[in-house]
Design a protein. Structure first.
Lengths: 347, 615
């Protein structure tokens, strides 16, 4: 029932300009039934000043009147359209697109949270959860897009060329969206690391004792495995030394030393991450350059140029053939010879 | 105006919903199908990348072989002609796409709508045709304040078509209808009803009458009007109606033939500039090809001159020597930035061994990051500089070989009726100065601007000299007729005073490192002067004289008009456009837009004149 009504509501809304979200959702979620609230006929549309005129209602009334003239023998047919299956490719692409937009929304939330710089109201737990979720999402999206690409490649033979170009373009644009999202994510992480560092330095200013291992642990969670290893080792070394009280001094020194090392490690790590992102951006830019400055009539002119050249070549050849007097003479001679043979031998 | 058209196009591509701003929206993939008219309209405004960003994966010509793509909606952007409608019906029958959004560039008639409806019924595809819209975009926006009517069938509405002596009434009607349709679409997109002014007695008046009628009809039907309260209120020009000045090409035939000295007009004159795209032929070097080999193909390079190109926007109206200098400056700044990046590279290479390396590392990576992120800008800049270097070099080659500066100076003097140092005959008989066409142009300008026609004897002399130089004399016949005709009308247009000061012959102002060594090319400086079209506009804006009032302004006469639109029926060119732009810059707060029914270069105009002269 639902599938059948997929295209139905559109025609029943006579010339109604449904808002943008509804139009898009009708295309994307075929299983939902949008409400069909008929609104009185309004030829010109709504809020924004659109300088165009909607003739859809006129079109539909014309269709109805023509249909009426043909005795309505064909209005059962719409079923045929609605049952048409969407190919797996489209379904998968739509799913990926939806996931992408969801992840984008989460990333925006994360950005807002990470930019807060207050010392006390730090929602570290939320931020960390969100970061983890976003990271998982990005990984899964990556895998999905790779699968999609495989599917496209495997279908290469069966598809006609337009469908192939269409599929390739979709894959490329999904990839570029994912790439831009992951670079946004990286910058958000960097902002967060900056804020953490600032917080730590402010904490150190206010408290004399070396920074507690608790904040240390926080850092390790939001950074990488490298950090985690270090903190674990630091934990172990601290545990072992705690037993002897004489070595309290040594403990403090060691802790501060470890902390310094941790800081530098953190710095190097973030630097390496930055460099990595730079190289990624470079590769991305190189790919993007080619389409930035193309216009839609570029290929047409190229093909026309080639066709013209081919045409001139053919013309030249034609002229050489048609002007070839020797050829004409030879043919003529052969004809004459045959003629004589026939006349002489048969007469 | 570019923004309005741009927004309209983007909205159309978004299934006629206002475009959403956030990138978090889910992508919807679509296919764009256009015909040649649509292609001309879209290509100066939207690049392939922008189309991709809006979700358009494929863009195809309507009349090409298209394969079915079964689960994608298709947006059509076509003119409602017979063949296009037939092709759309064929597509519906072949079930190429999932849903069809039909957008017609100008309003589609009822009968054609019925054709589509019956084809859709026959193909059981009525539900698939999701929306049908009239977009009212039947004009091509080239610049922010310049537009042209259609480019594809421009022979039908060319100067030749309008002015040929054996024109039939039906043809004239057809031409007028096309022009009025385009103008009507322009005003709908602009969102304002203009005050129309035009001179009497020629094609411009006919266009004005028809446009007036069409606008009134539309306004009368208040419920259905395209200029409803919302559009009027939201537009920038809600309280003022713009002034629309219609001019006819016959007012001023000398300007299209004039040799020019500003960058954009030069490119249009000398190279091949079409829809903001310039094509250069680059011959691949001067090696002699071995005997018997095929001649080497000349590679054609084309460049786009867009609004994003800041250098272009700044310099498109400047005189050519200024452009050459500025290109040189840009090149120098670019080299400085490039050296900066290279220096960073060496710094990174050097330090790696010290202990302090790590602390310095973060500092340098910050620098490196900023340098790398400025790389795309640098690359873009380099590309633009290369583009302008190539274009300017090509133009300079033409100038040098044809001695265009001599022509320019002479024509300026002719048009301002100041004294001349060389006689016309000398220039015409000079074998290296310019192509025969250049000489013909010069002579025609002389003929047009002289108060009395030259005596028979003189005329014969000139004709002989021209024929010796290889020119075709048929335009001259036409100009003679035209001159006789216009003499009966108003006084011949005078072109205002212009002084041309040559700034020294071999100007060594260019430093020796410059590529553009302009020896022998005079460094001419333009003084401001107004072409006839500009002068008419000036009078009207200040309400000094009143040639004809057409839609009489309301009782509350607006004392000043903020926006003026000048439209030349019969063709226009960049020289007039540049003149209007300069005029608008001089007057604070006023905006002037320029439009024409077709945009031709002097060569094309000469062709039309010779066709007219041969009749």
């Amino acid at each position: 029932m639902n599938a059948r009504r997929r295209h139905g509501p559109k025609s029943s809304q006579e010339g109604v300009y449904t808002g943008p979200s509804q139009t898009q959702s009708q295309l994307v979620q075929p299983l939902d039934t949008p409400q069909a609230i008929p609104v009185p006929h309004a030829p010109l549309v709504d809020t924004s000043n659109m300088s165009c005129r909607d003739r859809t209602s006129e079109f539909e009334s014309v269709c109805k009147s023509l249909q009426g003239r043909q005795n309505g023998a064909q209005d059962i047919k719409p079923v045929h359209n609605a049952v048409r299956q969407r190919s797996d490719f489209t379904l998968m692409a739509k799913r990926i697109g939806r996931d992408l937009s969801n992840t984008f929304a989460k990333l925006e939330k994360l950005t807002i949270l990470a930019k807060r710089k207050s010392l006390f109201d730090d929602k570290a737990v939320e931020i960390d959860e969100l970061t983890y979720i976003v990271k998982q999402d990005i990984n899964s999206l990556n895998k999905q897009i790779a699968q999609l690409q495989e599917l496209v490649r495997s279908r290469n033979g069966q598809n006609n060329r337009h469908l192939q170009t269409h599929s390739n373009t979709i894959v490329v644009s999904l990839q570029s969206k994912l790439a831009s999202m992951s670079s946004d994510f990286k910058s958000v992480l960097e902002v967060r690391t900056e804020n953490l560092k600032q917080q730590k330095s402010r904490q150190e200013q206010f408290s004399q004792s070396p920074a507690s291992s608790s904040s240390f642990h926080d850092n390790s969670f939001s950074n990488s495995v490298l950090m985690q290893d270090n903190s674990n080792k630091a934990d172990i070394s601290i545990d072992m030394d705690l037993r002897s009280s004489q070595q309290m001094q040594l403990l403090n020194e060691k802790e501060s030393y470890i902390q310094d090392r941790a800081n530098t490690m953190q710095n190097i790590e973030s630097t390496i991450v930055e460099l990595g992102s730079i190289f990624q951006q470079l590769a991305h830019m190189v790919k993007e350059q080619e389409e930035t400055v193309q216009r839609i009539d570029a290929n047409v002119e190229d093909t026309q140029l080639n066709v013209d050249l081919a045409h001139t070549e053919i013309l030249k050849y034609f002229q050489s053939v048609s002007n070839n007097r020797w050829l004409l003479i030879k043919i003529f001679l052969i004809l004459i010879i045959f003629f004589f043979i026939f006349v002489v031998f048969l007469a | 105006m570019v923004e309005d058209t741009h927004t309209a196009l983007k909205r159309m591509l978004n299934f006629n919903a206002p475009p959403l701003k956030n990138t978090a929206a889910e992508p919807v993939w679509k296919v764009l199908i256009y015909d040649r008219f649509g292609q001309d309209i879209i290509s100066p405004l939207l690049s392939v990348k922008e189309l991709r960003d809006m979700g358009i994966t494929l863009h195809l010509l309507l009349h090409s072989d298209r394969d079915p793509i079964p689960d994608v909606p298709a947006i059509y952007f076509v003119m409602p002609t017979e063949e296009n409608i037939d092709r759309i019906c064929q597509d519906l029958r072949n079930q190429l796409y999932e849903s069809y959004y039909l957008n017609f560039i100008s309003a589609i008639s009822r009968s054609k709508l019925e054709d589509i409806a019956s084809a859709a019924l026959a193909a059981n595809a009525v539900n698939l045709v999701t929306k049908v819209f009239d977009q009212y975009l039947n004009f091509i926006t080239l610049e922010d304040d310049m537009f042209v009517l259609c480019n594809q069938n421009k022979e039908q509405i060319s100067y030749h078509a309008i002015n040929k002596p054996d024109i039939m009434d039906t043809e004239m009607e057809g031409i007028m209808d096309t022009i009025v349709d385009g103008l009507f679409c322009y005003f709908v997109t602009l969102g304002a009803v203009p005050i129309i002014r035009c001179p009497r007695g020629n094609a411009a008046e006919m266009v004005a009458v028809k446009l007036d009628k069409k606008l009134r009809e539309n306004l009368r039907d208040a419920r259905n009007s395209l200029f409803t309260g919302d559009t009027m209120g939201a537009g920038q020009f809600s309280f003022q109606r713009p002034l629309f000045v219609l001019a006819d090409r016959n007012l001023d035939l000398a300007t299209p033939l004039h040799h020019t000295w500003t960058y954009q007009a030069l490119i249009h004159d000398v190279l091949d500039l079409y829809l903001n795209r310039v094509s250069l032929e680059e011959s691949p070097g001067s090696e002699a090809s071995p005997a018997g080999a095929r001649p080497k193909k000349k590679s054609k390079k084309s460049y786009d001159l867009t609004a994003a190109d800041k250098f272009w926007q700044k310099h498109k109206g400047s005189p050519f020597p200024e452009v050459a200098e500025s290109v040189q400056e840009e090149l120098d700044t670019y080299r400085a930035q490039e050296d900066e990046v290279k220096r960073l590279k060496s710094i990174m290479g050097l330090e790696g061994e010290d202990d302090g390396a790590i602390s310095m590392l973060s500092d340098n990576t910050a620098k490196l990051t900023s340098a790398v992120s400025s790389l795309p800008e640098l690359l873009e800049k380099k590309r633009l500089i290369d583009l302008h270097t190539n274009v300017a070099t090509a133009v300079l080659d033409h100038i040098k070989s044809r001695k265009l500066d001599v022509y320019f100076e002479y024509e300026e003097k002719l048009m301002s009726k100041s004294t001349m140092d060389k006689s016309l005959l000398d220039i015409i008989s000079d074998p290296d100065a310019g192509t025969p066409e250049d000489k013909m142009r010069l002579f025609l300008i002389y003929y047009i601007t002289s108060q009395q026609p030259p005596s028979e004897g003189d005329l014969e002399q000139y004709k002989k000299a021209l024929i010796d130089a290889g020119c075709d004399l048929s335009p001259l016949n036409y100009i003679k007729q035209w001159k006789a005709f216009t003499k009966m009308a108003a006084a011949p247009a005078n072109y205002g005073n212009s002084g041309v000061k040559p700034m020294g012959l071999f100007s060594r102002v260019m430093n020796t490192g410059s590529q553009f060594v302009m020896e022998g090319v005079k460094n001419l400086v333009l003084k401001q002067h107004n072409l006839p079209v500009t002068r008419i506009l000036d009078n009207l804006m200040d309400m000094k004289s009143n040639p004809v009032s057409f839609i009489p302004p309301p009782q509350t006469l607006q004392t000043f008009l903020l926006l003026a639109i000048v439209f030349v029926v019969g063709g226009g060119n960049y020289i007039e456009y540049q003149n209007l732009v300069d005029y608008a810059k001089a007057k604070q707060g006023k905006r002037v837009m320029y439009g024409c029914s077709e945009l031709f270069s002097a060569t094309q105009f000469m062709k039309q004149l010779s066709q007219l002269g041969q009749k």
